[in-house]
Write a protein that binds this ligand. Structure first.
Ligand code: ZN
Ligand code: FE
Length: 257
């Protein structure tokens, strides 16, 4: 399975998964059709699958038009998003499995950003150390999604699931928000050396107009304040030792950043 990262809209990424053996492709969260159609043409691939993480327009915006081009495409999304994802045919819940390119994705139910959000996790296969996590707007490089339809406790539970994946998991999040996220992170955990170093690296990368996605879970665990609710420095910033309170207060500070 080859993964292509396609920039879309102002700061979205669409991920195109390509199965060379069958010349077929899947896309994760197609925000707009043009970048997908262009990449499919370049590869000579047929689109068979749309994986949606949640119903927001910048994640499902191209569903209808891709279905017009490829009427047999199967559209996957959360069971809880029933009625909110254009063209949805498959309704997924926690622990479901979906197949693509001879691999199997595990479904994680991750309410918080929305009440229905899911992620697709492809565990590593033989001869390939990396797992691939397509996590939409739940976990970002250096941050996490805003709580539009969920509580801090729900988001904490969702992020706890993701935090338990192997460090060697690539984080394919749906937005290029990393620089802004790390600029915030440094204000809540200024003494974190790994974070300081990452901020410098991301500043340099963005100056060169390079993407900072995918990240890795190992790096996120060291530097992302929204995976570090049990670290003393963040509990000090939040002025509590309660994990959920720590998470909620740090999220509140980010909302105002
Ligand atoms: Zn969203
Ligand atoms: Fe989004």
């Amino acid at each position: 399975m080859e993964i292509y990262r396609l920039p879309a809209l102002s700061d979205n990424y669409i991920f195109l998964l390509f199965d060379a053996a069958t010349q077929t492709a899947a896309v994760v969260d197609p925000a707009e059709p043009e970048p997908v159609l262009r990449q499919l043409q370049q590869l000579g691939a047929t689109l068979t699958t749309i994986f949606n993480t949640h119903h927001h327009a910048d994640h499902v915006g191209a569903n209808r038009s891709l279905l017009q081009h490829f009427p047999n495409v199967m559209v996957y999304g959360s069971e809880v998003d029933r009625g909110r994802i254009p063209g949805q045919q498959v309704f997924l819940s926690e622990n479901d499995r979906v197949a693509f390119a001879g691999r199997e994705a595990h479904i994680y139910f991750l309410p918080g950003h929305t009440r229905a959000h899911i992620a697709y996790y492809f565990p590593p296969v033989m001869g390939d150390d990396w797992g691939e996590l397509f996590c939409g707007d739940t976990l970002f490089a250096g941050g996490c999604g805003r709580l539009f339809e969920g509580t801090p406790q729900q988001m904490l539970t969702s992020l706890t699931k993701l935090r338990s994946l192997p460090d060697t998991t690539r984080i394919w999040c749906a937005h290029e928000y990393t620089l802004k996220n790390l600029e915030f992170a440094i204000t809540v955990e200024g003494d974190n050396l790994a974070l300081q170093e990452r901020l410098r690296a991301v500043q340099a990368a963005r100056q060169r107009d390079e993407a900072t996605v995918p990240s890795t879970l190992g790096l996120e665990k060291q530097t992302n304040p929204f995976l570090r609710w049990d670290v003393a420095a963040l509990q000090a910033t939040a002025n509590t030792t309660d994990p959920a309170q720590t998470f909620a207060r740090i999220r509140g500070l980010k909302d105002q950043f």
